[in-house]
Each structure stands twice: as C-alpha cells, then as structure tokens.
Write a protein that binds this ligand. Structure first.
Ligand SMILES: Nc1ncnc2c1ncn2[C@@H]1O[C@H](COP(=O)(O)OP(=O)(O)OP(=O)(O)O)[C@@H](O)[C@H]1O
Ligand SMILES: [Mg+2]
Length: 376
C-alpha cells in the first residue's frame, strides 16, 4: 500500500504544493534578485522565514541561478562564518568539474582542508585562517570568485543577527565592503531578532544602513490559510467542517508552525470527516506531549515572570501591558514590576513584541504553551 504523505509539513520545505501563499513576498524577493538588490527581513520565530527562502530558491532553480543558503545561528566568530561560506561554495560546485577545481585553485593559498563530516558523511572544507587581517581579504576573495562566474548567485544568510555576537569589532564593515562591489551576486539577510536586525540595518551610523530593500513577513492571511487547509484535506478525499478550520486558525493565531503542527496532527489521526471535536483531540495530544517542557520553563522563570506570561497567555494578545486594568485583573503588582518581567520575557524569547505594526502588541511566542496556560 502506498503510504500517504501528510500534506502539512512541520519540517523542511518540500515544494510549492505544500506551501501556502507568500506570493507577494516571493515576487518581491525575485524582483530584488533580478535587479541585483539585497533584501533584508526579520520576522518572529517559526513564522516561515526559512521556508520562504527555500520557496524562492525553488523558483530560482528554473532560472539557472546558483543559490547558497547558510544558517549562521551556531557560528561564534568570523572564522566560523568564513568557513561556512567557503564550505557552501565548495559544495555548490562538484570537485571533479572544472569550476570546482578552479575554486580550490583560487583558495589554494588559504590552505583548504577537506574532511568528512562524521555525522552526515559529506565532505567539509575549512580554511586555515589565523590572523584577523586575513578575514578582510578572504571574504571578498570568496565572493569575487562567485561574482566572476557566468551565472548569477544568490546567497541567503539566515539568523544574520548572529554577527553582532562575534567578538571581532568590524564584522559589519568587512561584510559590507566585500558585498558592495559585487555585480551579479545578491543577498538575502534574514533574522528573527527584531532589535538586533534593526540595529544592523536601520541605524544610520552602521555599515549596512540603507543598503538593502526590506520586506515585511507577517502571519499568513487567515482567508488564504483556510483555503489551503481545505484544499489539502480535499486532495486526500477527506472533509473538514467550517468551524473546525476556523478554530484551528483561532487557536494557533495563524502562526505558521503551530497551525501546520495542529493540522499535521489532525491529519495523522486519519479521521475522514474532520469536526471541531477532532481539532481539540489533536490539540490535547500535542499539549500533553509537550507538558514536560512547560514545567521546565516554569522552573527557569521567576514567579513574577511566570505570572506575567500567564496573564498574556490568558488575554491572547496585549497592547497595553502597563494599563491599570490589565495589572489589576492579573494581580501583577506595579507597572515597574511588569516592565522588569516583560523585558526578561522578551529577552528570553518567551514573549514576542510586535513593534512592526501600526498598533504594536505582545503575545506568547509559543502558541501551544499559550494554549496550555489557558487551559490549566
Ligand atoms: N507558507 C507556508 N505554507 C506552509 N507551511 C509553511 C509555510 N511557511 C512555513 N511553513 C512551515 O512551517 C514551519 C516553520 O517554518 P520555518 O522553519 O520556515 O520558520 P522560521 O521562521 O524560519 O522559524 P525559526 O525562527 O525557528 O527559524 C516549517 O515546517 C515550514 O515547512
Ligand atoms: Mg528559520
């Protein structure tokens, strides 16, 4: 029997068939690439940043454009960044082809070391750079190599705000200087930390200021998400009631990962005619699977922080956290107490503060934690 693919992905991007909307963001990114402009965007965690990049790359594959994706979240310094970049270029061109050979030739002086990654079994390249001054030359050299190839290249750097954590002082200047002269290589800089991304791109005195076009990545429109969910379920000869779809989107606040995860669990239960009760059954299953980590969060927060988190969870979204009514309703002490706890919760990425909208608001980052708190 052919195994049925669950159409609601909760891991890697696969193809446009499993991808909902993002049409205008995709078009803007493609347009920027076409015009050799660099794009920056930040959006909250698990909203679909990485999947959007992969979706754009999927379209570029048809246009003979080389694409490089690097996630620098785990890099601690410029050396690790440089090695990751070099390694991804190395993996782009097979070594037995002329370009691969030319690349190795071009970086010969940097004494490339090729080793096998024990876990993935892939060949990994690293450069023997020790002196800080060498970076200032190596990154431009790597990028120049790409820029001189006959095809256009797009480099997406995910979790880009990580460069602010590097110990080296002039990382932004080194990168900006290396990027500026490129003629057919463009960049997508993406990150999930709003404050840090704004520091890099919106501060007038910093190197990346006004060097990119920005896009906003919000939640997927609920009308479009409704159509997507219905369509995917129908394709598998199943049905879902209107209230059930509506409730999925209300419960998960249309936050992509959480919506996908709830739909994935509902689909996995094999129910042919999905009703509201099946939505709650799936949700309870997820919440009880996660309960252990929620108790752990509780250990990691002070009781004032936990109280505030719970208050925000109960409200769903909060636009005036210092208002008397809110503080009184949840017995949160003084506005100063709330301020202190709120800063800690934002910093720990437990609460998301969306300041990118006309009317900013706060919400609990993890929608399942929010729902668990609401039902406890
Ligand atoms: N437009 C979409 N349609 C359907 N599924 C999507 C869409 N965007 C993202 N997803 C799915 O949602 C999940 C979360 O997306 P993704 O990992 O891209 O988010 P992210 O913003 O990069 O998260 P993080 O901040 O944790 O890196 C993934 O399983 C992805 O496949
Ligand atoms: Mg991501």
């Amino acid at each position: 029997m052919k195994t049925e693919i669950n159409p609601f992905l909760i891991q890697q991007y696969q193809s446009p068939a499993y991808f909902c909307d993002r049409i205008s963001e995709t078009n803007t990114l493609l347009e920027n690439i076409q015009n050799n402009s660099n794009t920056a965007f930040f959006a909250q965690r698990r909203i679909g940043k990485t999947a959007l990049i992969q979706h754009v790359f999927h379209q570029l594959a048809k246009k003979k454009t080389m694409t490089i994706y690097i996630d620098i979240y785990a890099t601690q310094n410029l050396k690790a960044f440089t090695n990751q970049l070099a390694n991804s270029i190395y993996n782009l061109y097979p070594v037995n082809k002329s370009l691969g050979k030319r690349f190795l030739e071009a970086i010969k002086l940097l004494r490339p070391i090729i080793s096998l990654d024990e876990i993935t079994g892939n060949a990994e390249l690293s450069l023997d750079i020790t002196q800080p001054k060498q970076f200032e030359k190596t990154i431009p050299q790597l990028l120049q190599f790409l820029d001189q190839q006959p095809t256009r290249t797009v480099i997406a750097i995910d979790e880009f705000q990580q460069i602010l954590e590097y110990p080296e002082q002039n990382v932004e200047a080194i990168l900006r200087t290396a990027i500026a002269p490129l003629k057919q290589t463009s960049f997508i800089f993406c990150g999930s930390n709003q404050a840090m991304m704004q520091t890099i791109f919106n501060a007038a005195k910093r190197p990346f200021y006004a060097s990119t076009k920005n896009i906003n990545l919000h939640k997927i429109d609920s009308g479009l998400y409704t159509q997507f969910i219905r369509k995917k379920i129908k394709e598998h000869q199943r049905t879902i009631s209107d209230v059930a779809v509506e409730q999925i989107l209300i419960l998960t606040q249309s936050h992509t990962y959480y919506t996908q995860c709830l739909c994935n669990t509902i689909f996995a239960s094999n129910i042919k005619n999905i009703e509201l009760e099946h939505v709650y059954q799936a949700l309870n299953k997820i919440l009880s699977q996660n309960e252990g980590s929620y108790y752990q969060y509780r250990q990691l927060l002070t009781s004032a922080q936990w109280q505030l988190l719970r208050a925000i969870a109960l409200e769903g979204t909060v636009d005036k956290p210092y208002a008397q009514q809110f503080i009184y309703r949840h017995q949160l002490g003084t506005p100063a107490n709330v301020k202190r706890s709120l800063e800690a919760l934002i910093q720990k990425e437990m609460v998301y503060q969306n300041t990118n909208l006309k009317s900013p608001y706060l919400e609990v980052y993890d929608k399942f934690l929010m729902l668990w708190m609401q039902h406890k």
